[in-house]
Write a protein that binds this ligand. Sequence first.
Ligand code: APR
Ligand code: ZN
Ligand code: ZN
Length: 363
Amino acid sequence: MAVQVQGVIAREKDSPVTLETIIVPDPGPGEARVKLLACGVCHTDLHYRQGAINDNFPFLLGHEAAGIVESVGPDVTDVAPGDYAILNWRAVCGQCRACLRGRPWYCFNTHNATQKMTLLDGTELSPALGIGAFAEMTLVAAGQCTKVDPAAPPEVAGLLGCGVMAGLGAAINTGNVTRGDSVAVIGCGGVGDAAIAGARLAGARTIIAVDIDDRKLQLAKKFGATHTVNSRTTDAVGAIREATDGFGADVVIEAIGRPDAYEQAFFARDLAGTVVLVGVPEPDMRLDLPLIEYFGRGGALKSSWYGDCLPSRDFPMLIDLYLQGRLPLGDFVSAKIGIDDVEAAFDKMHQGDVLRSVVVFDS
Ligand code: APR
Ligand code: ZN
Ligand code: ZN
């Protein structure tokens, strides 16, 4: 039976979100219906609301979530009702050219639920990143549910569904940070701090946090930064070189999505070093770099999609490390809020003192 629940809807470009009744169909083949326990508020939700992603309004927002599988479609065998899961937005297909070459984290054909959730009048909803988790219940592809240890509280577990995974993965998957490395992270929001935590986890020796906000730099120390640089007042490239015997860092992670910050990252790495771009740029941004420097410095310039994560491999592992006290995921949760506080959380996003606001549902 289809169920009716409350969900956070962005009806049209730039207007405040509304809490509305939605209809969530019974799961069909390959689908799972999930009762949400928690969902973090991410910049991408705001971007949807601003019309910056596409024009497929109305959107059902929310995509950084954990919950309990409520029911599954007839052919679903990998998850079952009662499973505690983090939702991922890259359910790999197993059949595209990336999957067939054994590189499923690049899957070029990830999938979502086939059926649509709707408003009461039948209007089809576009769920944010194919999830739509600011709702008491949502419908996803079964492969979007990744089972993890239920001992991890949902407001913490859900964070791995998006931004925190992107940052951790930028360091441990894309950047291949290993023990003894020097790492610089430019931009220390939730994503950058997760990259710092990932670098520490991987055994980096020097971790340099760069931001223009001193409060962010203080927080970055908590996640493992050994050095901090305020790039509003200090030359970031010079300071990163100074902290690395004059050479530059082995891995520099750009976690904002700005050409000027990317340029700093490019010049602040050591010869044969790696630059990882995990911040998402805007479509009109351009980069102008001397090609001879690109050649002469060698190494690798990479971008990181969702931390190049493979949910089935990375989520359960990172949750176990969290439960063992080796990954401070709980420190990313700045505030627990109600489902009607999402608009206020958008306002707070740019004030600088919030890493993540997380909607927690009554269970
Ligand atoms: N130099 C250094 N730091 C900067 C600069 C700059 N020019 N401009 C902004 N910052 C800092 C901000 O002070 C803030 O601490 O970058 C940080 C960005 O953090 P958030 O706004 O909280 O963003 P976050 O959620 O971490 O996401 C960062 O990654 O996944 C993408 O879409 C996401 O592009 C976004 C990026
Ligand atoms: Zn694939
Ligand atoms: Zn997100």
